[in-house]
Design a protein around this ligand. Structure first.
Ligand code: DX5
Ligand code: ZN
Length: 216
């Protein structure tokens, strides 16, 4: 099975968002990854609901919205209305994660749980059967263009084992520093979805770069 590719719009040219979204429409990307940063959960601010809506206006691919925010429960409905098909919340930001996952599903969206590099996979044991995706951070969230953390390979393998043990259908998404060098090893370890921001948008031919990730 080829990996699913989710280019991160965070690395796009914000002054030409329509053009960038249309480029992704014409590519073999599977999702558009939308990074929401609040300056509290992570030390950076990206954009919010109106910009997500603007992306949705032109997007022909499902929006995979990654909420790097505190109190995500407060904003689930707004992001769903703005066009999110997948809503991922951070394990580290949710005191009542099961309730949050239920809320995402009741909005008719797919539920993802994102984990920071220091968060062990075994903490997902009691929730893995209830979610559609795990967004495994392979950098510390907050910025695009960071260096991939090598420990991710073994972490993916441990998560894959947990998913199989629990009979879960959750997909494994890898987010941060993904490129053509680490992607084959991530897929071999069990990754299903690859997020790629700077590797795609800073390449001379983003569509071809997406296609080369897809063909692994
Ligand atoms: C990091 C974000 C990532 C980021 C990936 O906080 O969650 O989605 O945009 O960008 P690259 O591929 O440049 O690391
Ligand atoms: Zn992300």
């Amino acid at each position: 099975m080829p990996p699913l590719i989710a280019p991160s719009i965070l690395a796009a040219d914000f002054a030409n968002l329509q053009r960038e979204v249309e480029m992704l429409n014409g590519s073999v990307a599977d999702y558009i990854h939308v990074d929401i940063m609040d300056g509290v959960f992570v030390p950076n601010i990206s954009f919010g609901i109106p910009v997500t809506e603007a992306i949705k206006t032109y997007a022909e691919k499902p929006l995979d919205v990654h909420l790097m925010i505190v109190n995500p429960d407060q904003y689930l409905e707004a992001f769903r209305r703005a066009g999110a098909e997948i809503l991922s919340v951070h394990y580290e930001a949710c005191t009542h994660l099961h309730r949050t996952v239920q809320a995402i599903h009741s909005l008719g969206a797919k539920a993802g749980v994102a984990i920071n590099p220091h968060t062990p996979v075994h903490l997902l044991e009691e929730i893995i059967g209830d979610i559609d995706m795990v967004c495994m951070m392979s950098v510390n969230p907050g910025f695009g263009g960071q260096k991939f953390i090598e420990n991710t390979y073994s972490k993916v393998a441990r998560l894959k084992e947990l998913i199989l043990k629990k009979g879960s259908s959750a997909k494994i998404e890898i987010d941060g520093g993904v490129n053509l060098e680490n992607a084959p090893k991530l897929i071999a370890a069990g990754a299903d979805v690859l997020v790629a921001g700077s590797f795609v948008f800073s390449s001379s031919d983003p569509k071809a770069t997406i296609a080369s990730l897809k063909s692994l």
